[in-house]
Design a protein around this ligand. Structure first.
Ligand code: UDX
Ligand code: ADP
Length: 484
């Protein structure tokens, strides 16, 4: 006996992270008649979502503060009362973390589903009446089966008094990219809903129809939906590895990867997007999703397909290592006790997220070589960098890092810098790893004299004005530029 549900009134989202927070904020903003409550076990995170000062939200996304300001307290709520919120909801979104497993079966490739499973059990216990459960987290194909079987096990009423619970599972992967989350959510290329129960599918579609054109709402079966998310990310990541592989070829042949990208992107079948060579892709999704795909392919007896996708990740790691090696080589074969200004730590611009950021691996490689890194990122704080590098900053040196002499024999240390000039002071090189806007407009005339000559600028994002850099006498290396 299922309760017919055409209009959703009460949504619970489990997981107040990068996906859950912004997605629910936009749903609440666009659907003022739905009560949306985002729950999380992490009290600090929930407190941050509730903070009066909107600059303290736990996720930095352009435009997010305005959306939260409009909806919070009206029909958007952030709470740690997980069970209560589930019990009141018609629809529960699962938006928890699914990192790659670090041990056991599938270690290093398969997703760790313990948080999803815990959520499913919690929903099974606390839900009342009919509940539509929506998978929002990126999940391996056929995860819905696991969620469904946990939920089904709780459907039988325990005694005469207990009301029967019913569940329907849908897949509704999120395609938002960090840094553009709000515009991606407000005008998505498509919304994908996978499932078998047409009534539940229409209930979810009804929410999106409030602001997304009907033709952009795609309906598929559960497994196609789950697989589409992994495949979309794998295709995007593959383009980046492809252009990065071409960049290395450009550097040795005299071609320029920017020109090549423009020429091939002009072919409408290829398109212009995702053709920027760089230090390799980062972010919480690409690597994890490809490794997931690789694991699935092996599991289903398709080793050639697994190897094919694995290469996309291999090339990405190689690109990061190659950049670190190149810096060492250009600095006369050694960076021991040399100061390098590392500009940008986030995995891309307009986010404070450092998950899988290329900067982590490149910085670790350089620290291993003995470099002293002055790290500046406009949005990433020192605590996060410390966690990522598993190395505390050396503040003692940060106070008097002005000249190379003062660095003395220190090696393999880092400290946070407050701005570019402070980082560049006495440095042998500047290494740009994130394409923050401000790095495009640096005043090289002011920066060059601060550095120890001969000094280098390594631009892994092709953001600087090459002529402006070179006119100051600085040496410039730009990714994919064979003319240098
Ligand atoms: C990605 C997908 O784009 C999104 O649809 C999915 O929901 C989650 O994963 P995100 O990880 O936020 O989003 O960032 P994205 O903009 O895709 O960039 C990923 C990485 O690729 C970044 O490190 C970025 O710097 C790099 N990149 C992107 C390039 O190196 N070159 C490009 O041309 C584009
Ligand atoms: P994503 O990028 O997918 O949004 P995050 O790691 O940013 O991932 O966020 C996931 C959130 O889910 C975290 O804040 C974590 O505390 C929360 N979470 C994980 N498991 C549970 C659970 N069982 N109940 C409530 N919150 C959970």
């Amino acid at each position: 006996m299922t309760k017919p549900l055409t209009k959703i009134r009460n949504i619970c989202c489990i997981g107040a992270g990068y996906v859950g927070g912004p997605t629910m904020a936009v749903i609440a903003d666009r659907c003022p008649f739905i009560k949306v409550t985002v729950v999380d076990l992490n009290e600090k995170r929930i407190a941050a979502w509730n903070s009066k000062d909107l600059s303290q939200l736990p996720v930095y996304e352009p435009g997010l503060d305005a959306v939260v300001k409009r909806a919070r307290g009206r029909n958007l709520h952030f709470s740690t009362e997980v069970d209560l919120t589930i019990s009141q909801a018609d629809m529960v979104f699962i938006s928890v973390n699914t990192p790659t497993k670090t041990k056991g079966l599938g270690s290093g490739q398969a997703s760790d589903l313990r948080w999803v499973e815990a959520c499913a059990r919690q929903v099974a216990n606390s839900a009342e009446g009919h509940t539509i459960v929506v998978e929002k987290s990126t999940l391996p194909v056929r995860t819905a089966e696991t969620v469904q079987s946990i939920l089904q096990a709780s459907q039988e009423p325990k005694d005469e008094q207990t009301k029967q619970k019913t569940f329907v599972v849908l897949s509704n992967p999120e395609f938002l990219a960090e840094g553009t989350a709000i515009s991606d959510l407000e005008s998505p290329d498509r919304v994908l809903i996978g499932g078998e129960d047409s009534e539940a599918i229409e209930a979810l579609a009804g929410i999106y129809k409030e602001w997304v054109p009907a033709e952009k709402i795609l309906r598929t079966n559960l497994w196609s939906s789950e697989l589409s998310k992994l495949t979309a990310n794998a295709f995007l990541a593959q383009r980046i590895s492809s252009i990065n592989s071409v960049a290395s070829l450009c550097e040795v042949t005299g071609a320029d990867v920017k020109e090549v990208a423009k020429a091939i992107g002009a072919d409408s079948r290829i398109g212009t997007k995702f053709l920027n060579a760089g230090p390799g892709f980062g972010g919480s999704c690409f690597k994890k999703d490809i490794l997931n795909l690789v694991y699935l392919c092996r599991h289903f007896g398709l080793p050639e397909v697994a190897d094919y996708w694995q290469k996309v990740v291999t090339l990405n790691t190689w690109q990061q290592d190659r950049i670190a090696r190149l810096v060492v080589k250009k600095l006369f074969g050694t960076v021991t006790s040399k100061k390098i200004a590392l500009l940008g730590f986030a995995f891309k611009a307009d986010t404070n997220d450092t998950r899988e950021a290329p900067a982590i691996r490149i910085a670790k490689d350089l620290l291993e070589e003995g470099a002293c890194l002055a790290i500046y990122d406009p949005k990433v704080d020192a605590k996060q960098i410390e966690t990522d590098l598993t190395l505390p900053p050396n503040y003692v040196l940060a106070d008097k890092s002005s000249s190379p002499k003062e660095i003395n024999n220190a090696e393999g240390i880092w400290w946070p810098s407050q701005n570019v000039k402070e980082a560049a002071l006495g440095a042998d090189a500047i290494l740009i790893l994130t394409e923050w806007d401000e790095f495009q407009y640096l005043n090289w005339k002011e920066i060059a004299p601060l550095m120890r000559q001969p000094a280098w600028v390594f631009d892994t994002r092709s953001v600087v004005n090459a002529n402006a850099v070179k006119s100051t006498g600085l040496r410039l290396w730009r990714v994919g530029d064979g003319a240098q």
